[in-house]
Design a protein around this ligand. Sequence first.
Ligand SMILES: Cc1cc2nc3c(=O)[nH]c(=O)nc-3n(C[C@H](O)[C@H](O)[C@H](O)COP(=O)(O)OP(=O)(O)OC[C@H]3O[C@@H](n4cnc5c(N)ncnc54)[C@H](O)[C@@H]3O)c2cc1C
Length: 404
Amino acid sequence: MSQKQIRIAVIGGGIIGLATAYKLLLKHPHLQLDLFEKEAGPGKHQSGRNSGVLHCGLYYQPGSLKAKLAVEGIREMTNFCQEHAITHEICGKVVVASNQQQDETLRGLAKRGEANGLQGLKFLNNAELKSREPMVRATSTLLVPEEGIVDYKAVMNKLVELIQELGGRVHFRSSVWQIKETKTAELVVVTQTESYTFDRLVSCTGLHSDRTFSNYTGKKRPLRIVPFRGEYLSFKPEFEYMVNHLVYPVPDVNYPFLGVHFTRMVSGEREVGPNAVLAFKREGYTNKDFNFKDTIESLTYVGFLNFLRKNFNFAMGEFASSLLMSSFITKAKIMIPEVEASMLVKGTAGVRAQAMDPSGKLLMDFNIEREGNQVHVLNAPSPGATSSLAIASYILDNYLTDLN
Ligand SMILES: Cc1cc2nc3c(=O)[nH]c(=O)nc-3n(C[C@H](O)[C@H](O)[C@H](O)COP(=O)(O)OP(=O)(O)OC[C@H]3O[C@@H](n4cnc5c(N)ncnc54)[C@H](O)[C@@H]3O)c2cc1C
């Protein structure tokens, strides 16, 4: 007897939506799968506006989903890039401490990395640091050899190609406005032009994940997305010698942000950044962007006000780094004192979808929920791009076990 073909919609054409659609079709080749993305192409928001780094799990709480999926994710992403000839390089990174307190934090991070299964972690002496990154100054330096850089845009283009080869349909310029549930628990996906009927849905809408959750399920959102813009500066070509690979500061463990770092991109360009500025627009990439609804929503959210109360100095410091290049460069100079404003030009920017709870706590771990026939990726901040293929498998193995 022939079985009914299961119809599934994936909403969001960032790297997590694409990875999920690809893995669904690999595991269940008979699915009818449609992916909806509101923009004209893949990865126009977080996934195409990040640092392009492959993180291997140094920072994350052992036992957390982030730790597990970063370690699995980097291996899977590297294999994927090898298999499909996508530019990437496991160049390793150094994390540098700049005072005694950071030395201690760095020792703790190294232990955390070991607990997460990282290999080859090594403290470098001054001569070793000098031969790797001659311009960097540090009181102690941890080498993380498994990290690297990758062309995430090429990864996403390949995923679109593979989804289509496997029989999936990708609809760009298709914003999903509404989901109507029928009496037989079918899901009617309404875009600006058409309606389609499905049996299951996976929503990977990044900066809009909280709103789409309440809009599609009719339930109260369990957390709130607060947008934190990350701005970059780029070295002029004649100053690219300042950085060889990846140079990161010891992060402030109270925040999920890794701090202003130096990155060699796969293109060879060198970037400094990103800062973490509270943004007035979820998809706003300059400090002049403003959206009334986004701003009012943040300002009237008790969690946001609690966050500001507890982190006023942090928020103001990051805001200053957006308005004043000198303030940005002060952060960079801690690691490379020779950096000067004249070496840099304004670079790109991305906005992080960072989940916050009503107490003002920034939620560190990935968060995925299932409501009836809908699965929602609610919080997938960094290293979400590195982990995307592993997040996709995690969704299939834990939230979509009833597709056969
Ligand atoms: C500045 C910055 C630096 C980062 N650096 C790194 C890094 O170096 N390494 C790393 O691993 N991670 C990094 N990250 C994190 C990483 O980029 C994210 O974790 C990842 O891209 C999240 O992917 P996503 O698919 O969930 O979200 P997105 O890429 O934001 O995709 C969501 C998509 O959903 C679409 N969408 C939303 N609503 C609808 C709707 N109603 N209908 C249809 N489509 C909709 C959007 O248009 C968007 O394309 C960084 C992030 C930022 C912002």
